[in-house]
Design a protein around this ligand. Structure first.
Ligand SMILES: Cc1cc2nc3c(=O)[nH]c(=O)nc-3n(C[C@H](O)[C@H](O)[C@H](O)COP(=O)(O)OP(=O)(O)OC[C@H]3O[C@@H](n4cnc5c(N)ncnc54)[C@H](O)[C@@H]3O)c2cc1C
Length: 328
């Protein structure tokens, strides 16, 4: 098993550059922050959380009050957590969809350490490692990528990483949001088509807010000289550009561990099948049912790829240890 307790020393070595969270503790600090936010009347009047800029790190788009206090959503998640058996697990949790998530410790480690090869995702994970706080929609991006968006890894494993590293880490809120983001509970079927079809792109979502990639350049200095047209997809830059930017993809910065278009399509297919099984069994799914579904999904996945995809697109099945930079 991946040991999150061993993160600190390893990450300090890995990140090199010394940078500590800018969020100081204490009530006076929280009151100062609250006062600053609410005295800006125009900001308060126009605030719409889903439209906030997750890449605004020098002046975050939300209050950054979560390390100090918890509001409404806390009460929602606390109440639900109190009344729900096994709230922090998939198994035996009556409000949680049973989904045959994949076990892949290498992929999990790459996500955790900000080495997925997607700068938007990696910068967010580095902000988590260094600052212990990220914007809500940044959390959406990385939680979606790990689970139903790209890697199909269990939300409980992402939850563990957040629990260990967030400075606002909170048992009920964290578990609740991970279930929400992985489409395991809460908002999963609000609209037809189901919510699991709405996947955050690890490229275009961040670009919409921060086309120059300032956020990426700050948290991933290895990409600081990459021209803006390649900053979200550095593997598409010609070698001459990578050389000039002193960042060769596959050597100085990882290649993408999956190709998003194909990986997200595959995830949607798996979610569709898992949802159908949950419906058919009315949520009463045992270990064997899940095992059978996992086997079926893997077999179908392989034959789909074999029948439909030209060789170059098989990249998305590339395992983490096949990426050059991780070969010894
Ligand atoms: C996968 C995932 C895991 C998360 N884990 C945590 C966690 O462990 N602890 C935590 O406090 N928040 C968690 N959140 C919720 C949310 O991202 C943070 O509370 C928010 O980013 C804090 O920033 P802020 O104080 O600037 O928020 P603002 O938008 O300014 O909100 C003000 C306050 O409202 C509360 N709040 C806002 N959104 C949420 C929400 N979705 N759920 C619960 N409370 C909310 C917080 O107390 C916050 O301080 C998680 C979100 C996701 C998607």
């Amino acid at each position: 098993m991946l040991n999150n307790r061993s993160i600190s020393k390893k990450m300090v070595d890995l990140l090199g550059q010394a940078e500590w969270t800018p969020f100081r503790g204490g009530e006076s600090e929280a009151l100062k922050r609250l006062h600053k936010s609410i005295s800006d009347k125009a900001w308060v009047a126009n605030f719409e959380k889903p439209k906030g800029d997750p890449s605004a790190f020098l002046k975050p788009a939300t209050t950054v009050l979560s390390p100090y206090l918890k509001l409404l959503w806390r009460e929602f998640f606390y109440t639900t957590a109190f009344g729900t058996r096994n709230f922090d697990k998939m198994k035996g949790n009556p409000i949680c969809k049973q989904i045959p998530w994949k076990e892949d410790h290498d992929m999990l480690a790459a996500w955790r350490d900000g080495k997925t090869g997607y700068p938007w995702i990696d910068a967010i994970m580095v902000q988590l490692l260094k600052w212990g706080w990220m914007h809500h929609l940044a959390r959406h991006s990385v939680a979606c990528f790990l689970t139903r968006g790209d890697l199909f890894i269990h939300w409980e494993q992402g939850r563990d990483v957040f629990e260990r590293l967030l400075i606002d880490s909170d048992w009920a809120i964290n578990n609740g949001n991970w279930m929400w983001l992985s489409c395991s509970s809460f908002f999963y079927q609000a609209l037809p088509p189901p919510f699991y079809n709405r996947i955050y792109s690890p490229v275009s979502f961040g670009k919409k807010y921060d086309p120059d990639g300032k956020y990426i350049r700050h948290f991933l200095p290895v990409l600081k000289d990459m021209p803006k047209q390649y900053i979200y997809e550095p593997w598409t830059a010609p070698l001459s550009v990578q050389t000039k930017a002193k960042c060769i993809v596959g050597k100085d910065y990882p290649k993408p561990m999956v190709m998003h278009d194909a990986a997200s399509k595959e995830c949607k297919r798996k979610m569709g099948e898992a949802y159908a099984l949950n419906k058919k069994m009315n949520g009463n799914i045992g270990d064997d049912d899940l095992k059978d579904l996992r086997r079926k999904l893997e077999t179908d996945g392989e034959s789909n790829i074999r029948n439909q995809r030209p060789k170059t697109q098989l990249k998305y099945l590339m395992r983490f240890d096949e990426i050059d930079i991780y070969k010894n």
